[in-house]
Design a protein around this ligand. Structure first.
Ligand code: HEM
Ligand code: HEM
Length: 316
C-alpha cells in the first residue's frame, strides 16, 4: 500500500466534491452565460471577477485545478500502482475529466441546451464516483480486508447494494434533468418533479434495505457498517433538503433574482446527492470485496428445504 498515493487520491476526490459545489453555484445563480465564450472568459485569461462572472469563471478555475490534479494523480498511479485494473481506472479518470471540461465548454458555446447541461451535471457525478473509487482501491483498509463468512439471509447483500447504487444514479440523472429544465424564474415541470419524488421513494427503499441489512447481518464489522450508517444518515438529510429545495423553487419565480436561501438549499441538495452517491459506492465496493457472490446459507437452506420436501413426498 502506498500511503502517499492514497492521500493524493483522497485529495483529488475532496477537490472534486468542492468543484461540484462550485458548479452547482453557477447553475443556482443562473450564471452559466455570464461569459458567452470559452476557453477564454470575455476574451481574457483572467477577467475581473464581478457579478455572475465570479461564479462562472471561479468554477472554470476550480475545474482547471481539478484537471491538473487529475493529470498528476494518473501519472502517480502509472508510476506506483502495480494492479492493471487500477492503472486503467486512473487513465479513465483522466479521460473523464477531459470529457467533462469539453462538455462544460460546449454547454456555454451552445447556450446551455438541456441535454448538454444535464450530461455535464451527470458526468460530474460519474467523475466524482471514479475519484472516490480510486481513493477506496488505494486505501489500507481495502488491501487488508479479509472475506467475511456467508450471509445469513435470503437476499444477496452485494446485489442489494448494487441496486441502491443504480437507483441513486438514475435519481441523479432525473434530478439533473429537472434542475436544468427551468431556471429560477420559471416553474419546474410537474412531470419531472413527480418522477424525481418517485425516484426518491425507490432510493429510500433500496438504500434503506441495503443499509439496514448490513447493520443486521454484519454488526460490529465497521468496514461495512460505517458507510452504511453514513449513507443512511445522508439519505435522511437529502430527503429534507429535497423538500426544502422544492418549496424554495416553488416560490423563486416571484423573486427579483436568485435569492440566497434558494441558492443555498439547492446547492446543498446537489452536494448531499453527490455524498449519498459516494458513500453508497464505498459501501458497494466494500460489499463486493468481502462478501461472497452468492449467499451460501441461502443455497444450503434452499437445498435443505428442497431435500426435506422431496423426502416428505417420498414418505407420502
Ligand atoms: C473538470 C471538470 C468539471 C466538473 C466536475 C464540473 C462540474 C459541474 C457541476 C457539478 C455543475 C452543476 C450542475 C448542476 O448544478 O446541475 C456545473 C455547472 C456548470 N459548468 Fe462545470 N464542471 C467542470 C468543468 C467545466 C468547464 C471547463 C466549464 C467551462 C465553461 C464548465 C461550465 C459550466 C457551466 C456553464 C455550468 C452551468 C450550467 C447550467 O447552468 O446549465 N464546467 N459544472
Ligand atoms: C433520494 C433522494 C434524492 C436524491 C439523491 C436527489 C438528488 C438530486 C440531485 C443530485 C439534484 C440535482 C442534480 C444536478 O443538477 O446535478 C436534484 C434536484 C432536485 N431535487 Fe432531488 N434528490 C432526492 C430527493 C428529492 C426529494 C424528496 C425532493 C422533493 C420533494 C427533491 C427535489 C428536487 C428539486 C426541486 C430539484 C431541482 C432543484 C433546482 O431546480 O435547483 N429531491 N435532486
Amino acid at each position: 500500500m502506498n500511503k502517499g498515493l492514497n492521500r493524493f487520491a483522497i485529495l483529488v476526490a475532496c477537490a472534486t466534491f468542492f468543484l461540484i459545489i462550485a458548479g452547482a453555484l453557477v447553475t443556482s445563480h443562473d450564471a452559466g452565460l455570464a461569459t458567452p465564450d470559452w476557453p477564454l472568459s470575455n476574451g481574457q485569461f483572467f477577467p475581473k471577477m464581478v457579478g455572475n462572472l465570479f461564479w462562472e469563471h471561479g468554477h472554470r478555475m476550480v475545474a482547471t485545478t481539478v484537471g491538473m490534479l487529475t493529470i498528476v494523480l494518473t501519472i502517480y498511479i502509472l508510476m506506483k500502482e502495480k494492479r492493471q485494473w487500477v492503472r486503467r481506472l486512473g487513465v479513465f479518470a483522466l479521460l473523464g475529466v477531459i470529457a467533462q471540461g469539453l462538455l462544460g465548454g460546449l454547454t456555454v458555446k451552445f447556450m446551455l441546451p438541456l441535454p448538454v447541461s444535464t450530461a455535464h451535471a451527470t458526468l460530474a457525478q460519474l467523475f466524482f464516483c471514479t475519484t472516490v473509487s480510486l481513493a477506496v482501491f488505494t486505501s489500507r483498509s481495502w488491501m487488508e480486508a479479509r472475506p467475511l463468512h456467508e450471509e445469513k439471509g435470503n437476499l444477496s447483500l452485494r446485489y442489494l447494494c448494487a441496486a441502491a447504487l443504480v437507483t441513486i444514479f438514475v435519481q441523479l440523472i432525473i434530478g439533473a434533468t429537472l434542475r436544468h429544465s427551468a431556471t429560477w424564474d420559471q416553474h419546474l415541470p410537474a412531470g419531472l418533479i413527480l418522477a424525481h419524488i418517485s425516484g426518491a421513494l425507490v432510493v429510500t427503499l433500496t438504500l434503506g434495505s441495503a443499509a439496514i441489512t448490513v447493520l443486521r447481518r454484519h454488526k460490529g464489522e465497521s468496514f461495512l457498517t460505517q458507510p452504511a450508517i453514513l449513507a443512511l444518515a445522508l439519505l435522511v438529510v437529502q430527503l429534507f433538503l429535497g423538500l426544502a429545495a422544492y418549496l424554495t423553487r416553488l416560490a423563486s419565480p416571484n423573486d427579483p433574482q436568485p435569492l440566497n436561501p434558494m441558492v443555498g438549499i439547492t446547492v446543498a441538495h446537489v452536494a448531499c446527492g453527490a455524498l449519498v452517491f459516494a458513500t453508497t459506492i464505498v459501501l458497494t465496493l466494500r460489499a463486493y470485496r468481502v462478501l461472497p457472490a452468492t449467499s451460501e446459507s441461502v443455497q444450503s437452506s434452499s437445498f435443505s428445504l428442497s431435500a426435506r420436501n422431496s423426502s416428505l413426498k417420498a414418505e407420502l
